[in-house]
Design a protein. Structure first.
Length: 228
């Protein structure tokens, strides 16, 4: 891998020390992944100076559908709660420029990165190739439909808030599989990061883990109701 400029290495260590570890993230493998993956390569040009701030970063241009790279501490807590294992296959929904897929790369066997915007897939692929993340597969598709073609998955991570988790996506989990997403029900002020587990064929458990301020992911916003 190419060597990161020293100031980015310092910023990455500061992210671990001041944002991620203090929030209860203790998994050594996960902390190592956040320490190794160059977040500065997964944001648009000109955003590198703020990429290690603990906030959501817009990765699409003004006028386009608003897409965000989620804040590091939220992503780290989500992945730790999902308990990825080395033999597992993971799906990331709304992969963007591919940062979350890169984090998962060293924690699971294979990562399927689902994205609707081909330009974002192309940008992500260029960075994955640059850093030799060989177990990530970028796939174009409708985000709120998941990726039934490559299902079932052991782990699904939705990279943005959803009004609810579609049953169609939950059914793409293996028995014992886990899905984690920030859930913001219509008119709800706080977003609740929620873990869904497939217990049996048609039985799913759901556990609220913590609050976040994560923006909605395109396609998962509340459905507007028409009043006559």
């Amino acid at each position: 891998m190419a060597q990161a400029p020293n100031h980015f290495k310092i910023a990455r260590q500061s992210m671990l020390d001041s944002q991620i570890h203090p929030m209860g993230v203790t998994s050594e493998k996960l902390l190592a992944a956040f320490g190794d993956v160059p977040r500065e390569d997964f944001v648009p040009e000109g955003m590198q100076r703020i990429c290690y701030c603990d906030e959501d970063i817009q990765i699409t241009k003004e006028g386009a559908s608003e897409r965000y790279l989620m804040e590091p501490s939220v992503v780290a807590r989500m992945i730790q709660a999902a308990k990825p294992k080395p033999h597992e296959v993971a799906l990331t929904i709304g992969s963007g420029i591919g940062y979350h897929a890169a984090i998962l790369s060293s924690l699971v066997s294979t990562v399927i990165a689902l994205e609707e915007d081909q330009s974002l897939i192309d940008q992500a692929q260029a960075v994955w190739d640059k850093h030799a993340y060989c177990n990530i597969v970028g796939v174009k598709g409708v985000l709120n439909k998941g990726n039934p073609k490559h299902a079932p998955f052991d782990l699904i991570i939705i990279n943005g808030a959803v009004a609810d988790v579609p049953l169609e996506i939950k059914q793409q989990l293996n028995i014992g599989g886990r899905l984690i997403a920030p859930v913001k029900v219509k008119d709800q002020v706080v977003t609740k990061v929620t873990l869904v587990e497939r217990v049996q064929e048609d039985v799913f458990s759901q556990t609220v883990l913590f609050d976040s301020g994560t923006p909605y992911l395109e396609g998962f916003q509340p459905v507007e109701e028409f009043v006559f």
